[in-house]
Ligand binder design. Structure first.
Ligand code: SF4
Ligand code: SF4
Length: 323
């Protein structure tokens, strides 16, 4: 499953580029954007000759909800999951962080692939569920909401397209249980599209915003600790009921993180700031800046002292001797 075939968020320009750059006679991506009521011919089952071929050579980007489901299934923390099963990549020219499945050591197969198929089937990511359909979530720069369309991926090794079964894309989505995944990822997908539609930023965004994006999107357990920290609560007003919900419920925390990112990245009002938080924050930054300036001044002074005070040589002290 190469990345370009399995990504689930794509803007219109990207799709057009894909169409333009690919000679469609050979490309596995059908050139048409399809609607949900389009009929496709496809069936995947244990007896196909290509069983597991699609999971043997993976390039699968993950959504925050994919990670939430998998880490909870495996009973590990988000940090443990990210470390063992993923690697980071950049989703856009500003270095917006994404994560993909890390294949088995020294190979290209998914770590969850076993002879019988997928060992995490009930919690497999959205891209795996959709395959061989690709979800195109698109937004024009002059539109506020995103639009959904689909494309069909026909890779030569996938024999499921030769099976005698016809169904609509909508029925296939139901069968694969993607509605829940789409619903839970909608806010995050819109965030990415908005970021992409905004075009390249003037200069790179500050590192902190990418770090915040990574934590709120993928490293949920660390994000929860951050939201509960005194410094966060000194800066923002989080109603008690909301705090109780996000502490106890990963999905609520994910939705909270998405809204918080919209506020941080696009200034969309979500949380009230504590009174005077901005001024206190600025004072803290000024304080830190002063400490750094003082340290630099000391370094400069030391450098000057060293330059104008060469090492003493024998006789410099005036004794005239060598002992
Ligand atoms: S998670 Fe499951 S379906 Fe997806 S690539 Fe891995 S083994 Fe295949
Ligand atoms: S039919 Fe396609 S999706 Fe099913 S196992 Fe074969 S390659 Fe994978």
């Amino acid at each position: 499953m190469p990345d370009e075939l399995t990504r689930i968020t794509m803007n219109e320009q990207e799709f057009n580029n894909l169409a333009k750059d690919s000679p469609f006679r050979e490309s596995p991506v059908m050139p048409n954007m399809l609607e949900g009521d389009t009929t496709i011919q496809f069936r995947c089952h244990r007896d196909v000759k290509c069983w597991n071929a699609c999971c043997s050579n993976i390039d699968i980007p993950l959504t925050p909800y994919d990670i939430l489901r998998l880490k909870n299934r495996l009973g590990v923390s988000s940090a443990e999951f990210l470390q063992q099963y993923t690697f980071p990549y950049e989703m856009d020219q500003d270095g917006l962080p994404g994560v993909k499945f890390q294949p088995v050591e020294g190979g290209t197969a998914c770590q969850f692939m076993v002879e019988e198929g997928c060992s995490v089937y009930e919690d497999r990511p959205a891209s795996c569920r959709y395959y061989p359909v690709a979800l195109l979530s698109m937004r024009r720069s002059d539109e506020y909401t995103d639009r959904t369309a689909y494309a069909l991926v026909q890779e030569a090794h996938c024999l499921g397209h030769k099976e005698e079964r016809r169904l609509t894309i909508e029925d296939y989505r139901q069968e694969q249980g993607v509605s829940d995944y789409d619903e839970k990822s909608r806010g995050w997908r819109q965030l990415i599209l908005k970021k992409k539609s905004a075009g390249p930023a003037v200069g790179k965004p500050p590192l902190i915003s990418n770090q915040l994006f990574f934590m709120a999107s993928y490293d949920l357990d660390r994000f929860r600790a951050f939201v509960m920290s005194p410094s966060f609560n000194q800066s923002y007003v989080v109603p008690v009921e909301l705090m109780a919900e996000i502490v106890a419920d990963d999905e609520k925390l994910l939705a909270f993180g998405c809204n918080f990112l919209k506020q941080s990245l696009f200034n969309e009002k979500f949380l009230e700031e504590q009174e005077g938080a901005f001024e206190k924050h600025r004072a803290r930054l000024n304080e830190r800046g002063q400490v750094i300036r003082d340290a630099m001044q000391k370094d400069r002074q030391k450098l000057a002292d060293d330059m104008y005070s060469p090492d003493p040589r024998p006789g410099d002290c005036g004794c005239g001797g060598t002992d």
